[in-house]
Ligand binder design. Sequence first.
Ligand code: MLT
Length: 398
Amino acid sequence: MKFSMNSRLGSVPPYVFVHLGKLKMKALSAGKDVIDLGQGSPDLATPDYVIKAATDAMADPKTHGYPIANGLLEYREAIAAWYKKRFGAEFDPNTEVLPLIGSKEGLGHLLQALLEPGDGVLCPSPCYPAHINGVILPGGKPLLMPLKEENGFLPDLDAISEADLQAAKVMIINYPNNPTGATLPDTSLLVKALGLAKKYGFLVIYDNAYSEITFDGYKAPSIFEIEGAIEYAIEFHSTSKSYSMAGWRLGFCVGNPVAVEALAKLKGFIDYGVPSFLQRGAIAALEGPDDYVIKASKTYGERRDVLADALKEIGWEVSRPKAAMYIWTRLPEPARSLKSLEFSERLIEEQGVVISPGSGFGPEGEGYMRFSLIQSPERLREAAKRIGIFLSSLKAAV
Ligand code: MLT
């Protein structure tokens, strides 16, 4: 046999949520009542007006052909109008806006479109798994920027070595942050990142997929609130979290036209983008009223408090992030001898509760676990109760 997985693909671990999904299916087929707090797949319903716009469009045979390359102009215009309204930033829908099959697809393909083997990418750790693995798959070299708890899970840009700055072709930044839930206190980190980008000539990829899911009055910025950012930045966004449309696979990016063109060209060889009728749904989402995201944020914020309170009752103190839909926390005392993956696997097997192991988010994630706030308060309390039983069994075993 002459064919096998290439060495780069062979070198990365399986996508963490694929692994958890398999374990969940095994537990379900063994008859377990599974509470899934693993992948951040919103459980809320997509807005009715979005579903109506998509189904009406689907009834029109004109939407049944191949989608237009680069997406519907109306969708690109709706994206540009949304950015203007939300962040005050202006983009040319023809050259600076690109619809995507979810932001994950765009991130992965942009890295493929930009990197030569050996090119450096300044990448946070922990991070969304598609960030670091998206660098490795096309032969890039991740130059890790540790996100330390004592720094509020922000990278220390002053600590990056001159050699890494010289070697970097791209820097990835993501706030509100997945997996930590950390937020930017202001835009100073972005200003500094853009200053470095200008000095060293690299592109800043700003992953802003969680900007609309915020709590306690926090409002997340865009990198394009900073004057001149388009020279060195591209920003990724998604309808998955804001409008509970994860399964629709609808994301988009805006920004530097050279980066947008490279991504669009690569995608031209690989996909036809999102079906046109689904793009019609995304237009309705972006043009719709703000109430949906306000209500969704309120729901996730309440769940954050329910889960944090319930975990406190079982002796697991966690912090309360101001955004995104995750609680990121160190393994509790009785479980500190376990690797995060082992904790996760045993918890699914013994208690039917799925939470993500920190190691799935890069080397600095080991020792942490991530909870997704994608279940009702009742199920979150039940999950915490079962975790309490699991922790007691660990204590009893020592
Ligand atoms: C997550 O981190 O759970 C993501 O948002 C879902 C994914 O894209 O894998």
